[in-house]
Structure formats: structure tokens, C-alpha cells
Design a binder for this molecule. Structure first.
Ligand SMILES: Cc1cc2nc3c(=O)[nH]c(=O)nc-3n(C[C@H](O)[C@H](O)[C@H](O)COP(=O)(O)OP(=O)(O)OC[C@H]3O[C@@H](n4cnc5c(N)ncnc54)[C@H](O)[C@@H]3O)c2cc1C
Length: 388
């Protein structure tokens, strides 16, 4: 994104991703959205996405990735999500772990151990923050990591973790100093095959293929070199560096909404009532016009946030605005697209009802609307006026 709009190179990349996504991901997406995910299915899809050069977009070439910028990853997430909203975010975790390892000064050996496998879609990682007693107030984590020579011993319970039943490791946040709030949080890479890690599936109304679970850590002995941030710096890493995660989630839900709206447009042109296509009724066509406008506005906000991040400029406010606005306009667009389909839109014959369930999840994942507004207000008015 140079200046305003996309470069020819970015447009070409979008076309390539779109071709791949429409050819490989779109067929069967409706059925997959209802299927309980398994590690085998998740790894198979990650490998297919990796074979197209899209899983390791944010991983540097020396570790087998593409070394793409945030805007390019956003384009990939949006186009893949148009085809399958549950697979669209595949490049995001490898990119974030890469960034965390570089910032945390992880050893070359550790990066060589994990990053090439992530870029190949062979090693899946999930983001492990939320706990049963705290989601929004992430500084209140109780999971405890205690340094013991060359190891940390980790104890605690995590919940609401997307993709965790199918992942090989967690990018996990725990307290190294329980007396401190945000300043006591440290991040780690925790392989799930370590003794003491167990998982229990949670059944949700959406994100079914992604799989959600609680994770229990019972005296897990983690090699100390698997620490991804300096002690006490994990929360700030999460807050500053990972603002882009919010934008990727926003683009993912917008992708699903765009497809739903296009489905509604096609349906409205061929469905007749009162002797004419329903697309001719302003009650239908104005809804389509309004949602197309809202989706485009939210999407431009997302790309501006990613562009700012690529320039090394502050983008916390724009990322929070994207994460608040996109799920709202996406849920509204999918809802009206469903209604434009009449009863068939409500039935399981069509993919829209499940997309609506999936889209609602984006309103909460990685921070609710209220939390996003708190961040926006803090950025506008200063920390001295924040409510927490
Ligand atoms: C689909 C989905 C995927 C998820 N994936 C992950 C994941 O991969 N990893 C992970 O760690 N977590 C994940 N989560 C958890 C998610 O981050 C939390 O659900 C979210 O942060 C909210 O936390 P909570 O559910 O504990 O709600 P709470 O924090 O208990 O909040 C409950 C309600 O109170 C409101 N509220 C809280 N504080 C305030 C305030 N100060 N002002 C106004 N309102 C407030 C909230 O907005 C919310 O409506 C996922 C959640 C969902 C739904």
C-alpha cells in the first residue's frame, strides 16, 4: 500500500491468493464450518495453505517463509476468509511467534527448531491468554511460571483457546511475578506434548472446525530458553506488537461478510416476488448498498492500520477501531444477507446461518467492543483518563 491504494504488486498478490482460495478453500467450506476439527484435518489444511506459500508469510525467508509485510498478510487473510472464514487466519500465528522470538532475543537454535516447521504448516501454535476468571482484564492472570534453574515450572488453567485441540504448542502468557499486574506477565512457547499439559474441548456455536478448549498446566517443566519475552515484558509485547492481530481478525470477519453480501446480491437478482426480481425493491437494494459501504469503510480502516504498522508508526488506536467496527458491520451485513435469502438463508442448506454464528465469535475474540472502545478512548484522551 504505497500512498493511497494498493500497488500493482499487491493487486497481483491478491489475485493469486484469490485464485488459490476460490479453487482450494471455497469448495466444502460450508460443510467444514459444521465439522468438529481434528488435529489431522487442521494439519492437512495448514500444509495445503503452506504449500501455496501462505502459512509462513510473516516468517523470514531464512526460516522457510516469505518475509511479507503486514499489509500482504492482511490481503491473504481477507481473501482466504472470503472462501473460508475459519481457515483465513492461518498465516497469523506463525507471523506473531516469529515477531515475538525476534523481539524476545530467542536463540537461533530455538528459531530454527520451530519457525521452518510453522512456515511448512507442520507445527501449529495457538494463542493462550484467557483464564476462567479473566478475559478482558488480562493483567489478572493467575497461571504461574516459576524459574527453577534451566526450567520454568508452570501451573494454571487457561480457557477459550481457539485451535488448541489441534495445535502442537501454545504461545502462552503467565505470571512470573504474581504481585505485579501487567508488569508481572511473561510469554512462553509451550509444546503441548510436555508432561502435565492436558486439554478439554469446549463446544461453541461457531468456530467449530477451529476447535476451542481449556488447557490445564500441572507442574509443566518448560526449558527456560522457551521464554519469548523478558520476564515481566510479556504484557507489553502483547499490547504493543500484537495490535496487528486485531486487524487480521477484523479482515477475516469482513471477508466472510463480503461473501455473504455477494451471495445476497446474486440471490436478489434471480429471486422474484410480486412479478419482479427482489433486487428491484429499494427495501432490498438499499440494504445491499448500505452494507457494501460499511464493509468497505471498515476494510479501509484495517488496511490503514496495517500500513501504519508497516511504516513503524503508532497504530494501536486504528487497530482497536478496526477490531470494534469490523465485527459489528460484518454481523449486520451477514444478518441482512441471511434475511434477503428468506427462509432458505435460515436453513442449513445455505452457509449463511453458520457464518452468522462464526461472525459473532469475532465480536469477542481478542477483546470485546467495550475493551476496544476503552483503548480508543485512552489513545484519544490519555492514560490519566482511563477507567482501569
Ligand atoms: C470465538 C472466540 C475465540 C477466542 N479465542 C481465544 C484465544 O485463542 N486465546 C485466548 O486467550 N482467548 C480467546 N478468546 C477469549 C476472549 O479473548 C475473551 O472471551 C474476551 O477477551 C472476553 O473475556 P471474557 O470472555 O472473560 O469476558 P469478561 O472479561 O468477563 O467480560 C464479560 C463482559 O463484560 C464486559 N466488560 C468487561 N470489562 C469491562 C469494562 N471495563 N467496561 C465495560 N465492559 C466490560 C465485556 O465487554 C463483556 O461483554 C476467544 C473468545 C471467543 C468468543
Amino acid at each position: 500500500m504505497g500512498g493511497f491504494g494498493f500497488s500493482e504488486e499487491q493487486e497481483m498478490f491478491r489475485r493469486e491468493v484469490r485464485n488459490f482460495a476460490q479453487r482450494e478453500l471455497a469448495p466444502g467450506a460450508k460443510e467444514r464450518a459444521k465439522e468438529e476439527g481434528t488435529p489431522e484435518i487442521a494439519h492437512e489444511w495448514a500444509r495445503r495453505i503452506a504449500d501455496a506459500g501462505l502459512a509462513g508469510l510473516g516468517v523470514p525467508p531464512k526460516y522457510g517463509g516469505q518475509g511479507a509485510d503486514w499489509v500482504a498478510i492482511g490481503i491473504a487473510v481477507e481473501e482466504m476468509s472470503k472462501a473460508d472464514m475459519n481457515l483465513g487466519a492461518t498465516p497469523v500465528l506463525p507471523a506473531l511467534v516469529t515477531r515475538a522470538m525476534a523481539l524476545g532475543g530467542c536463540s537461533e537454535e530455538l528459531q530454527q527448531k520451530y519457525l521452518p516447521a510453522m512456515a511448512k504448516g507442520e507445527f501449529l501454535v495457538c494463542l493462550v491468554i484467557s483464564e476462567p476468571h479473566c478475559g478482558s482484564d488480562a493483567a489478572e492472570l493467575r497461571t504461574r511460571a516459576v524459574r527453577d534453574g534451566d526450567y520454568y515450572t508452570i501451573n494454571g488453567e487457561k480457557t477459550s483457546i481457539s485451535g488448541s485441540m489441534s495445535s502442537d504448542a501454545g504461545f502462552l502468557f503467565a505470571k512470573t511475578d504474581p504481585a505485579a499486574r501487567a508488569r508481572g506477565v511473561t510469554s512462553f512457547l509451550v509444546p503441548f506434548d510436555l508432561p502435565g499439559v492436558s486439554r478439554s474441548r469446549i463446544r461453541d456455536m461457531g468456530w467449530i472446525g477451529v476447535t476451542c478448549a481449556s488447557i490445564f498446566l500441572d507442574d509443566v517443566r518448560l526449558p527456560a530458553d522457551h521464554r519469548l519475552s523478558e520476564e515481566g515484558k510479556g504484557f507489553y509485547m502483547m499490547m504493543g506488537t500484537f495490535d496487528v492481530l486485531r486487524v487480521f481478525l477484523a479482515l477475516a470477519v469482513l471477508g466472510g461478510a463480503q461473501t455473504s453480501l455477494e451471495d445476497a446480491i446474486n440471490y436478489a437478482k434471480q429471486r422474484t416476488a410480486f412479478g419482479q426480481p427482489i433486487a428491484r425493491f429499494e427495501g432490498v437494494s438499499f440494504k445491499i448498498a448500505e452494507h457494501a459501504t460499511w464493509l468497505e469503510a471498515a476494510r479501509l480502516l484495517c488496511y490503514r492500520a496495517l500500513w501504519l504498522a508497516d511504516q513503524g508508526l503508532p497504530h494501536t488506536k486504528e487497530a482497536a477501531m478496526s477490531k470494534w467496527l469490523a465485527p459489528v458491520v460484518a454481523v449486520n451485513a451477514i444478518h441482512d444477507s441471511l434475511l434477503i435469502h428468506g427462509h432458505v438463508g435460515y436453513s442449513e442448506e445455505y452457509p449463511i446461518e453458520q457464518r452468522l454464528r462464526d461472525a459473532i465469535g469475532f465480536e469477542m475474540a481478542d477483546g470485546t467492543a467495550q475493551i476496544m472502545k476503552m483503548i480508543i478512548a485512552r489513545e484519544l484522551m490519555g492514560r490519566e483518563f482511563r477507567s482501569y
